[in-house]
Design a protein around this ligand. Structure first.
Ligand code: GLC
Length: 710
């Protein structure tokens, strides 16, 4: 399609229409699509509706075909509607929530999640997904940590890259692929107090070093859209922030895709206090680089008069509309406006055996064994009892899984009966007051008591921040009761954020099961009975208590570091809690016992364009074949800026057979040593560095090396 010619042929109303994104119920009142945000009662004329360029959410192939057909029949220009939706961790086949999937330390699994999500979502004619969320997260009070991949910029980038590739495949014109919209640009995860939508106030240094790299990685992986964040950056709402949308995105990163607001976020700059009204919001949006306005009508209602009155340059509108048309053309919509939408495909692809197998594998690799005082794996002769609210819950898909029907999921109880595994006793209960003497006698005669507890799905996700991240008191009492009976207790956690687990610390074993998707409890069952071996490791620190937040592993040393076992009052520490996390970044147990020896470098001096070979031997001193996630961290001792005590720069997930040893190799090269300064320029420093390798961010073998001038 000759896009320039098409653009020239459009009236100004038609051009402005392309920048509008509305929900499908404007086209058909009975749309069952769930939208996330207050339904703005915008007044749109029929003409404005049928000029719109894209649709937010769609429920099925039939609804998409009906909407597209109706739209095109009324359209003079015949430019197809673009359908976008939130496919975050699966469409109907639901994968573990992102924070869980990150704990697999297996970006290739994330690639498969994205590939499968695209294949399923395309059967409903969806063209774009508002995913991945590339927001770095350091504050578990924030409900949306469930949608991110944790606190480390390097791990986050590895996942973001694979997810964008998984969605977009090799050619956007192909059926079964989705254009990826990376979000929320920028630094939405740094909301103060972890309170959603709250102020973000970061130094440029932290913005460049910690928060921006993952969005850049998405763009370098050819993500075609960027969604702006609700929050301010440098006091200016991201949705109209010129520094972000033009200086960084267009000029520095050469992004030529489409920018889209978050839900109603252009209109909300009035609430932010940087525009008097929608008309002023429209000026700021177009001048500062916003292309599509989602679910509000500042552009629709005001751009025409602003351009006619020469208060806005029509060239800016043309540039925005050109990018939107280019995306539609790259997706092949002009050739096939109904691309992918097919009822036969819905039947063939959705929840196929292959898709469920990947979802199961992802669930297995995303669970994290936090504690195991020799009680796991369980066996089939033990008399096992289960109590707690998650005994019968099927709602285990987690937030943002609206098409994943939970009724098909198996509860923990279902899985035991599906395996013809007779439980000694079980009771779905929230409080110990629900347990009478009869119940207690059953518990008393058990060998093992499993307590299945955690958060409700709606306690994490958008607009669901919390100040108290402890296990709810009543649920902790179930664990205390079980322990009071002198029983071995396995606590299984279903939750969407790191929690303060101090009240259930006396569990003999704790399995962090997050929300593992469609096959949550099938995976849990196979893990606790040893059919599968837990391998997940945390991508976000679990604090001792909420007072430690923000807590993350890659902290600076400060000028008065707290040194272990050295008592000095005037150092950086708390009177009432340790500095360290309860369960640190990178931590997770296995049934296997891994030991690390012989950390070696092939040389201890090197110049910036050389590389260093690092090797370490990992011995699996157990009878279990198992995965181990070997992590490599680097420290830059002396630099222009104070640098973190350690930064993850590599990880290898190795399968080590029982009673064997593997030699694991890493290569350190220039981009492991450089960092960004406060202008976003890449810099490095000569001098001493340290390499650290181990099973998590705390238990590390260390060696120094030196970067010398050529
Ligand atoms: C929501 C979310 C965003 C989502 C969008 C469309 O408010 O912030 O992540 O993609 O609206 O549903």
């Amino acid at each position: 399609v000759d896009l320039k010619k098409l653009l020239k042929s459009l009236t100004i109303e038609e051009k402005i229409g392309q920048t509008l994104q509305i929900a499908p119920f404007f086209f058909n009142r009975d749309s069952e699509v769930e939208i996330f945000g207050n339904k703005t009662n915008t007044y749109l004329t029929q003409e404005e509706i049928f000029y719109a360029g894209s649709v937010l959410g769609i429920g099925s192939a039939e609804e998409m075909i009906q909407t597209q057909k109706k739209y095109l029949s009324k359209s003079r220009h015949k430019i197809p509607l673009l359908f976008m939706a939130d496919i975050i961790h699966g469409y109907v086949t639901i994968f573990p929530v992102p924070i869980a999937l990150g704990c697999s330390f297996n970006p290739k699994l994330a690639y498969e999640m994205a590939r499968i999500s695209a294949k399923e979502a395309q059967t409903a004619g969806i063209h774009v997904t508002f995913s991945p969320m590339a927001d770095l997260t350091r504050d578990p009070r924030w409900g949306r940590v469930v949608e991110g991949f944790g606190e480390d910029p390097y791990l986050l980038q590895e996942f973001i890259q694979e997810i964008v590739k998984g969605y977009q495949g090799s050619n956007l014109k192909d059926e079964g692929v989705l254009a990826s919209c990376v979000k929320h640009f920028a630094a939405y995860g740094a909301a103060e107090q972890g309170r959603d939508y709250n102020t973000v106030d970061l130094s440029r240094l932290s913005l460049y070093q910690n928060y921006l790299p993952a969005y850049k990685k998405a763009i370098d992986s050819n993500a075609r859209l960027v969604m702006t964040a609700f929050n301010v950056v440098d006091g200016i709402p991201a949705t109209v922030n010129k520094f972000l949308l033009r200086d960084v995105l267009r000029d520095q990163w050469k992004f030529d895709g489409v920018t889209i607001s978050d839900y109603d976020s252009l209109h909300q700059i009035i609430e932010h206090g940087v525009a008097e009204n929608d008309r002023e919001a429209a000026v700021l949006g177009l001048n500062n680089g916003l292309d599509i306005e989602m679910a509000s009508v500042c552009y629709t209602k005001h751009l025409k008069s602003l351009i006619k009155e020469k208060l806005l340059d029509e060239k800016l509108l043309d540039e925005a509309v050109y990018r939107i048309l280019k995306l539609k053309d790259d997706l092949g919509l002009f050739d096939n406006p109904y691309k992918g939408a097919s009822i036969e495909n819905e039947i063939q692809f959705i929840k196929s055996k292959e898709h469920l197998e990947y979802a199961y594998q992802a669930a297995i690799e995303s669970a994290v064994l936090l504690k195991n005082d020799q009680i796991l794996p369980l066996n089939n002769i033990q008399k096992i009892s289960i109590i707690g609210p998650y005994l019968t819950k099927k709602r285990t898909n987690g937030p943002w899984s609206w098409k994943g029907n939970q009724t098909d999921n198996s509860s923990l109880l279902d899985v035991f009966s599906n395996n013809q595994h007779e439980l000694h006793y079980s009771k779905d209960c929230l409080n110990i007051s629900e347990l009478d003497d009869r119940d207690l006698s059953y518990l008393q005669s058990s060998d093992i008591i499993i307590v299945a507890i955690g958060e409700e799905v709606k306690e994490s996700g958008e607009a669901h921040s919390k100040t108290d991240i402890k296990i709810p008191r009543n649920q902790a009492k179930l664990v205390e009761l079980a322990k009071s009976l002198n029983k071995k207790v396995l606590t299984i956690l279903y939750n969407g954020r790191p929690l303060d687990l101090s009240d259930i610390d006396n569990s003999d074993a704790i399995l962090e099961a997050w929300f593992l998707g469609s096959l949550t409890n099938e995976a849990i069952y196979d893990l606790i009975f040893g059919k599968q071996v837990p391998s997940g490791k945390l991508v976000m620190s679990f604090p001792h208590n909420v007072g430690q937040i923000p807590i993350y592993y890659n902290q600076l040393n400060t000028g008065r570091p707290k040194v272990k076992d050295v008592h000095n009052e005037y150092v950086s520490y708390f009177l009432d809690a340790p500095n360290e996390a309860k369960y640190p970044f990178g931590f997770g147990l296995s049934y296997a016992k891994f030991s690390y020896t012989n950390l070696k470098l092939n040389k201890n001096k090197f110049t910036i364009n050389q590389s260093i070979d690092v090797s370490i031997e990992v011995y699996n001193d157990s009878d279990y074949d198992a995965y181990e996630i070997v992590q490599l961290y680097i420290r830059d001792y002396v630099a222009r800026f104070s640098r973190p005590l350690k930064e993850l720069k590599g990880f290898k997930k190795v399968y080590i057979k029982a009673n064997t040893k593997e030699k694991v190799h890493f290569t350190i090269s220039k981009n492991d040593l450089t960092y960004l300064d406060s202008n976003g320029n890449e810099v490095y420093d000569y001098g001493k560095f340290q390499v650290m390798v181990g099973p998590n961010s705390v238990e590390l073998d260390k060696l120094d090396f030196e970067l010398i001038k050529e």
